[in-house]
Design a protein around this ligand. Structure first.
Ligand code: FEO
Length: 372
């Protein structure tokens, strides 16, 4: 049986995708899951679907519990295709189902699946849906991380179906945080936050305020494991991350090098930082994916970026990193640009431009000609 009983009337019916590695450019070294939840009551609800190619697996999981044709509500917390891709297949298999979505969710689903013409129930924060003895309430969480995103709270079971919020990209036999282990859970939750939620700190803060009054025993996100033992720890981290908090004693030095001079500068900087009480991690972009680098710097107070000058530019790896960094926009850091060059020396200025745009406090840049 692939479905997992969460409570007497609540089932995880999602699918695992263990071999995915590139998630729209984000490296997911342990794969992921697309979580969907089936809730049995007088009226039957399915919360979220899965990526389109896994629609059959989702329907098989539902059939282990109930005939999909009996589903009354398809609650869509988020339009992104990893959660809504199977909606057309589900709508076909559940001809009597009403699709429940936020106002932007409805717009987005219509734009993605114009062939669908379901009955709609459009909800906003505070709206409720009674399915018999259960009552769902909805919390819109715009820009955590799309305009349509929302969470669904099942009052009687004290479960928050939080979609992308509180998620982690990992495909595991574990379905719960304590089965995965705290260390791996926190690492995966941080990796997810750094690459998905980081630009939306104020919106994540708004979500935390919206759910503060709810009695939540468990969070059931759209990816990874359900949180029943370490939920307070993850929520505390979300609070710190979304406030832009970082550790001034932690540094990350991200760089690439052509003939070793910029690498030598990076190593020298790490030694210097150690003398200032900052433990710095060296990340070579030859070996480190940009999304992994983002995870490593999530809590680092000091971030240095180095590149030699190549054809009046930074190296392509560093250009990719700077683009990614600028989009995810971690706040309130100390930054430093550095690099070696032979003649033009434009790379350091290019890095400085990004760090300045991020409104970080900058230490004086370092340029060295030819060899340190
Ligand atoms: Fe997991 Fe925004 O999709």
């Amino acid at each position: 049986m692939a479905a997992v009983r969460v409570r007497d009337n609540v089932y995880w019916v999602g699918v695992k995708h263990p071999d995915v590695r590139n998630f729209h450019g984000y490296l997911v070294p342990y794969g992921t899951t697309y979580n969907a939840y089936l809730i049995l009551d007088e009226k039957i609800s399915l919360i979220d679907t899965v990526r389109a190619p896994f629609a059959g697996a989702l329907l098989d999981n539902v059939r282990e519990i109930v005939d999909p044709a009996r589903i009354d509500y398809l609650i869509s917390n988020h339009v992104e295709p990893d959660h809504s891709g199977a909606l057309p297949a589900l709508a076909a298999a559940c001809p009597n189902a009403t699709v429940v979505a936020s106002p932007n969710g409805q717009k987005g689903l219509i734009a993605h699946y114009p062939e669908l013409a379901p009955a709609w129930q459009v909800v906003k924060t505070g709206d409720t849906l009674c399915t018999g003895r259960y009552r769902f309430s909805f919390i819109l969480m715009p820009m955590v991380h799309w305009p349509d995103s929302m969470s669904t709270y099942l009052e009687e079971e004290k479960i928050l179906f939080s979609n992308d919020a509180l998620g982690q990209h990992i495909a595991s036999d574990a379905r719960y945080d304590d089965e995965l282990g705290e260390e791996r859970l926190m690492e995966r939750a941080g990796d997810y936050y750094a690459n998905i939620v980081l630009p939306y700190g104020p919106q994540a803060q708004a979500l935390l305020k919206s759910i503060a009054a709810l009695d939540i025993e468990m969070a059931a996100p759209g990816h990874g494991v359900m949180l029943r033992s370490f939920l307070p720890k993850v929520l505390n981290k979300y609070d710190a991350w979304s406030r832009g908090e970082s550790d001034p004693a932690r540094g990350v030095i991200v760089y690439d090098t052509m003939w070793g001079s910029t690498k030598t500068m990076a190593e020298s900087l790490a030694r210097e930082l150690a003398g200032r009480g900052v433990t710095a991690e060296l990340l070579s972009l030859k070996e480190t994916h940009v999304s992994t680098a983002m995870t490593r710097l999530l809590e680092a107070g000091f971030i240095a970026v180095g590149s030699p000058t190549l054809n009046r530019q930074v190296m392509p790896t560093v250009a990719a990193f700077l683009s990614y960094l600028r989009g995810l926009a971690p706040k309130r850091r100390t930054g430093l640009a550095f690099g070696a060059y032979g003649w033009g020396g434009e790379s350091v200025g290019i890095i400085e431009e990004t760090l300045t745009a991020l409104q970080w406090t900058l230490e004086p840049s370092r340029k060295i000609r030819w060899r340190p």
